[in-house]
Design a protein around this ligand. Structure first.
Ligand code: FES
Ligand SMILES: [Fe+2]
Length: 417
């Protein structure tokens, strides 16, 4: 099906064509418009590359990039494409090097991507004669790695292929920036570990999943049964002016476990009265001063990342598309340098709710996979996202799909331009 054939049934975004998730040409266009132009993408945390020479290989969209810390401490992001014959030369995920060397013909680059050495540049002397070599007008300055524009804030590193992209702060907008700064408020971050998973579904479904505040109280047995996320929790939904980013802000009721507390919740099919925790320390939640009230804030920064705070567990979740029908999802669990050992333990314990086998997140990977399967079988059909009406608006409750409608209103503006 061609991209022009997309049918938005009501003219708005309350009904989303399945074809939005199934068309490969359109996927290529999304990569260009959202990941390679005019947007910032998440690449990692400064704490992942604390020392000069440290690097991390990651991706923006489907392009491989390397985040480095140069010998002067400066952070750079360069594309993992050799300026010679194009090899994606860096194969390690993390490491420490004084320079980056492509194994194919050993071109070497400084950590900021500038070309330093080209073997046989001046040819090879043989029998008093110089053979080969690069042309006399070869200028190494013109053949460095592609350097991206970099922005860091609160220890988080973003990059853009688009050197004219607006500032990171303007990109987030004041509302989302406020929630970003709540989490990344200048404290040194401490990396606790990673989870990686491959989800056979379109990458936008992960953005949707976190812009859908009402499924956790229905789908996730763990959340419902142990009272961490309920439809009657005090909550707010906020967006940037373009409706591409969002924050779901929720405060867990003082009631905690749902048992005996409100018929509405105990009637939810996923509430399992008989389910008990063998280890109650999973719910050893200790409020932290920086929360400032909410017990959970889930932020979606379009297109590339989700920032999670669920009680004491904090993580970044990096969306890495791979074709229209799959993405890699990389979780970085972190804490703060001034955490006590006890708090670090607690964050790690609560992180068991998340990641590919998490008590909660395993469910999300599955529903995304099974949605994609259905989309592929009938791309002429459409999704219904009409809960809470058809408008795009901020709300003081979570019984709505308004953030999804907002994201697709933005998606359409950019894709139909
Ligand atoms: S392709 Fe990298 S040095 Fe030739
Ligand atoms: Fe979920």
């Amino acid at each position: 099906m061609r991209e022009q054939a997309l049918l938005w049934e009501r003219g708005d975004t309350s009904r989303i064509p399945f074809a939005v998730y199934t068309n490969e040409d359109q996927h290529r266009k999304e990569l260009h418009r959202f990941f390679y132009q005019a947007h910032w993408s998440y690449v990692g945390l400064e704490a992942e590359i604390p020392n000069p020479g440290d690097f991390k290989r990651t991706v923006i969209g489907e392009r491989s990039v390397i985040m480095t810390r140069a010998l002067d401490g400066q952070i750079h992001v360069v594309e993992n494409v050799c300026a010679h014959r194009g090899m994606a030369f860096c194969r390690e995920r993390h490491g420490n090097r004084k320079e980056l060397v492509c194994p194919y013909h050993q071109w070497s680059y400084a950590l900021d991507g500038s070309l330093q050495g080209v073997p046989f540049r001046r040819g090879v002397r043989q029998d008093g004669k110089v053979n080969g070599g690069m042309p006399a007008d070869f200028d190494p300055k013109e053949h460095g790695l592609t350097r991206l524009k970099v922005a860091t804030r609160g220890g988080v590193v973003f990059a853009s292929f688009d050197l004219r992209v607006e500032s990171l702060e303007d990109y987030m907008g004041p509302t989302i920036l406020g929630y970003f700064d709540r989490l990344f408020n200048g404290r040194q971050l401490r990396i606790l570990g990673y989870n990686r998973q491959r989800i056979p579904g379109n990458w936008k479904l992960m953005q949707e999943n976190i812009k859908d505040p009402y499924h956790p109280g229905l789908l996730h047995t763990w959340f419902v049964t142990f009272g961490l996320w309920r439809a009657d929790n005090k909550s707010e939904l906020r967006m940037d002016a373009h409706h591409r980013h969002a924050a779901m802000i929720s405060t867990r009721g003082s009631a905690g476990q749902a048992a005996g507390d409100g018929a509405q919740v105990t009637q939810v099919g996923s509430f399992k009265e008989s389910m008990k925790l063998h280890d109650p320390s999973f719910l050893d939640i200790v409020p932290e001063p920086w929360w400032g009230g909410p017990t959970a804030v889930m932020m979606t920064l379009f297109p590339s990342v989700i920032f999670q705070q669920q009680v004491n567990s904090v993580s970044t979740r990096h969306i890495q598309p791979d074709g229209h029908g799959a993405f890699d999802f990389v979780w970085t669990h972190f804490g703060f340098e001034d955490d006590t050992e006890e708090m670090t333990e607690r964050r790690l314990r609560q992180a068991n709710l998340f990641g590919p086998a998490g008590f909660v997140s395993a469910d999300d990977g599955e529903v995304i996979e099974f949605s994609q399967r259905a989309f592929e079988t009938k791309p002429e059909h459409r999704v219904l996202a009409e809960l809470g009406g058809r408008a795009v608006e901020e709300t003081e409750h979570m019984v709505t799909e308004t953030l999804i409608r907002g994201m697709y209103a933005y998606w359409r503006r950019v894709m139909e331009e």
